[in-house]
Design a protein around this ligand. Structure first.
Ligand SMILES: NC(=O)c1ccc[n+]([C@@H]2O[C@H](COP(=O)([O-])OP(=O)(O)OC[C@H]3O[C@@H](n4cnc5c(N)ncnc54)[C@H](O)[C@@H]3O)[C@@H](O)[C@H]2O)c1
Length: 351
């Protein structure tokens, strides 16, 4: 055993663990040791352990945390288990990279934040879009005040028929919701990050279940339409304490032209921007100009997320995504679902 290397464990051996976390931890083997993996389906833990040369496989993460003296853990379970697994790992003295969304409820996100503070360990979330070159480049423009005060944003995460045909993404009990909490949360986080995470105040939203509960064309495979318990569309408007506003549109299925749109539009006093693809809109010298990058480095955002997490664990640097931001995000998600359910605007402070 090399005690100088960060001992890394994985909780949940499904899609995101095998396709994003493990291959990128493998690129850090000079700094880490892939020590153990746990999945309630032990055969999945064993298969991943074989594929990535991980020393031990468990069917119970608590046992893994007790036995393995881990330094860092990735949490890659369905959303329902994020909070209990993250809190257990933090209490066991581990730094935690938890997949998005932070959790299902605000109480859970609060408990995770408190556990990280108490343990003095890193808690960060898998918002990998933050690590894209588009977000990084636009952040540099915003930091140089090229957009001025950003007072309006539009967030889009809309698929035409992209209801996942695998996993538990259509199960409200295990995921907490549908496109809003699964894909909308990525674009919402990117927008809020670029806006400086303003404090949300009031939310008005609506959600629908119109297409997912019927048999239909599945661009992402055949989904379980008979047990479809989530919204297939959620839309909302958020007002912030600083006067800014943000509209959000999310769908796994909607009758729209494009198969898949993920984008953030920002509008500021000095300029505006779209994120995917990156374009900046300004008025300069009496001319309306658009700026598009001629070149952006090709990087892998999942790799950057993992390598930055590893470096943060080893150096104490602060990761891009913080527990406090995760909590704000969870409050907004909760407020959107609550407003949609009540059919009226809600104040975050009153929830
Ligand atoms: N960053 C991204 O773009 C991205 C993409 C996909 C998924 N995710 C997130 O990753 C998480 C997992 O998604 P996935 O696509 O890998 O799902 P998945 O269904 O493929 O894998 C989840 C795994 O967790 C295991 N599991 C369930 N309960 C467990 C428990 N209590 N302890 C240990 N293991 C348990 C399951 O057996 C399964 O193998 C979700 O929170 C999802 O939102 C993020």
């Amino acid at each position: 055993m090399d005690t100088k290397k960060l001992r890394v464990g994985i909780i949940g051996a499904g899609g995101i663990a095998v396709n994003a976390h493990l291959p990128n931890y493998e690129k850090c083997l000079e700094k880490i040791q892939l020590t153990a993996i746990a999945d309630v389906a032990k055969e999945k833990a064993i298969a991943a352990a074989e594929m990535f040369h991980i020393d031990s496989a468990y069917d119970n993460y608590e046992e893994m945390l007790k036995n393995e003296e881990l330094d860092a853990v990735s949490i890659c379970t369905p959303n329902k288990f994020h909070a209990p697994a993250a809190i257990a790992a933090l209490e066991a003295g581990c730094h935690v990279l938890c997949e998005k969304p932070p959790a299902i409820t605000v109480d859970e996100a609060e408990a995770m934040t408190a556990a990280a503070e108490k343990a003095g360990r890193i808690l960060t979330y898998g918002f990998h879009f933050r690590h894209t070159q588009q977000v990084a480049a636009l952040k540099r423009y915003i930091d140089a005040d090229e957009l001025g005060d950003i007072y309006a944003a539009q967030v889009t995460a809309v698929r035409r028929r992209g209801i996942p045909g695998w996993g538990v993404f259509t199960n409200k009990e295990l995921q907490g919701g549908g496109p809003l909490i699964d894909i909308g949360v990525h674009m919402l986080d990117s927008a809020l990050y670029l806006m400086g995470y303003p404090k949300p105040e009031t939310v008005l939203a609506a959600s629908y279940q119109k297409l997912g509960n019927k048999k239909g064309v599945g661009v992402m495979g055949d989904w379980d339409w008979e047990n479809f318990s989530i919204e297939d569309m959620a839309r909302g408007m958020i007002l912030f304490e600083n006067g800014a506003s943000l509209t959000i549109e999310t769908a796994f299925a909607a009758n729209v032209e494009k198969l898949d749109v993920m984008d953030v539009s920002l509008m500021g006093e000095k300029g505006g921007a779209d994120l995917f693809p990156l374009q900046i809109y300004q008025e300069k010298h009496g001319t309306l100009v658009n700026t598009t990058p001629a070149y952006l480095p090709k990087t892998n955002e999942h790799e950057l997320e993992i390598t930055r997490f590893v470096d943060a664990c080893l150096t104490g640097s602060i990761p891009l995504s913080t527990p406090e931001q995760g909590l704000y995000l969870q409050q907004i998600i909760h407020a959107i679902y609550t407003s949609a359910e009540r059919g009226e605007a809600v104040k975050i402070s009153e929830l």
